[in-house]
Design a protein around this ligand. Structure first.
Ligand code: ADP
Ligand code: MG
Length: 448
């Protein structure tokens, strides 16, 4: 910008030129295209302007170049011609926007085309988050702001955010939507600080209709980023723009984030994505299998096996299925239970190792404040029987032990008792939210 500083008049001329462009071509055209022009300076009578993208450069070149040059010449005796170039990106990152907005293009991250509502399988564990995301994407106004989505890794938070973006883009192509990770927000902010570009940084966010920031747990402890994020957040909320946030935990559990920010983050709708259950895992596998070219070669048994055994998260589940498909495709062997077990041996062993029945009993006993002994005892009082059933249920979910095996570990009970416990807890979870939460929590602790 030294050239601009060396030419104090240039900036004044540019202001005049801009005003004329605006009145000649109208507010809309000006905002879409001409506003993107930034003055760099002049060299030997050539006025140097920059735009963020090649597309805008070409558009301006074919629609406005003549008037632009003419206005400059009439405004500034020194100007002979005008040269528009594409601003070199300051970092190596790909920069895109959800729609055609160019302020957004500077900060947003592209949406993954696979992450749509159509490709999202709904189950008990994600139905609230999904319903909220859908409502937000489909309505003019929702009465919650922000929407705060939280849950463990690989459970579909990012997928849902992208789905909102895609849907809105389809429905309202002119809405400005920005999706980015909190890390990227932080990076951009720090970069803006370094280049003394804070005004431009703020400007990028100020005009946004929907801002989605993924994984905000990453701004914990980064005080200045956090403050800036908070200001951006408040600005947008005040203008009734919509915000969607995701994190791996609920607002009040975010570490290193100021209390007033936490409470603000939790001030809209907070929707939890729980760990998947068997039905959802199977549903997801079936949907993925259905989209695969090999769909007719995948026995349902294999999908059931995977849904039983890969309980960590959806990302791992997808990964396991992809590995099986790739193996069969490359080696030319049909997909069977045996090949599946063979291909996934390391993965399955890792999940075998993950939790033992003893650990489950210990954690559940601690959680419900009963004696470890009560896991084996014949006592049937509800206060011990229910936790015991929870432990059996978790043993079934988190280990690969058979029902008789599990029964033996619970004071030599019969396998039908275990089966009954599993069914009972499954049913109760659906109607008893606090039990569902307990189980979710226990599972997280055990899998951690
Ligand atoms: P998170 O952001 O919560 O860590 P992602 O949104 O990245 O998780 O999801 C991980 C992977 O699992 C993605 O490929 C996503 O498409 C898939 N996935 C997660 N939940 C679902 C679901 N309910 N239906 C279909 N695919 C899902
Ligand atoms: Mg994510």
């Amino acid at each position: 910008m030294s050239e601009v500083r060396g030419q104090p008049d240039l900036t004044g001329h540019w202001e005049q030129v801009r005003a004329k462009l605006k009145s000649e071509f109208g507010e809309a055209a000006y905002n879409s295209w001409l506003r993107q022009l930034a003055l760099v300076g002049q060299r030997h009578g050539v006025v140097l302007l920059e735009v963020p993208t090649r597309f805008i450069k070409d558009w301006i070149g074919s629609h406005y170049a003549d008037r632009l040059a003419a206005l400059w010449r009439s405004e500034c005796p020194l100007a002979k011609s005008v040269e528009v170039s594409v601003r070199a990106p300051r970092d190596g990152q790909a920069v895109h926007s959800v729609n055609g907005d160019d302020a957004a293009r500077d900060v947003g991250t592209p949406l993954d085309p696979r992450f749509t509502f159509e490709n999202f399988v709904v189950g008990k564990s994600n139905e609230l988050a999904h319903a909220a995301a859908r409502r937000l994407a489909e309505s003019e106004r929702v009465n919650f702001n922000p929407l705060f989505l939280y849950g463990g890794v690989g459970l579909g938070k990012t997928h849902l955010m992208h789905a909102i973006g895609w849907h809105l883009r389809q429905r309202k192509p002119h809405r400005k939507v920005i999706y980015l990770s909190a890390e990227k927000f932080m990076y951009l902010f720090i970069r803006a600080l370094r280049f003394k570009d804070i005004m431009a940084f703020k400007q990028q966010f100020r005009s946004v209709d929907l801002l989605m920031v993924d994984d905000v747990q990453f701004i914990g402890g980064k005080d200045s980023t956090q403050e800036e994020f908070f200001h951006t957040f408040n600005d947008l909320v005040e203008q009734s723009r919509q915000i969607v946030i995701s994190a791996d935990r609920q607002p009040s559990d975010l570490e290193g984030i100021a209390d007033r920010i936490k409470s603000r983050l939790g001030g809209g709708l907070v929707a939890d994505i729980h760990q998947t259950d068997y039905e959802l895992r199977l549903g997801i596998l079936q949907a993925k299998a259905e989209q695969s070219a090999q769909k007719d070669t995948i026995p349902p048994k294999v999908l059931e096996f995977l849904a039983h055994r890969i309980t960590t998260n959806v990302r791992e589940l997808e990964g396991a299925l992809n590995r099986v498909l790739a193996y069969s495709n490359l080696v030319g062997r049909p997909i069977t239970l045996e090949t599946t077990q063979e291909v996934l041996r390391d993965l399955l062993r890792a999940s075998d190792r993950r939790v033992t029945i003893e650990e489950i009993q210990k954690k559940v006993a601690e959680h419900y404040n009963i004696r470890l002994n009560d896991m084996h005892s014949p006592r049937r009082a509800r206060a011990v029987a229910r936790p015991r059933q929870v432990a059996m249920y978790l043993a079934k979910q988190l280990t690969q032990r058979s029902l008789p095996d599990i029964g033996r570990k619970f004071g030599n009970r019969d396998h039908t008792t275990v089966m009954h416990a599993v069914k009972r807890i499954e049913a109760l979870k659906g109607v008893d939210a606090s039990l569902a939460e307990d189980i979710d929590l226990l599972r997280r602790m055990l899998e951690a």
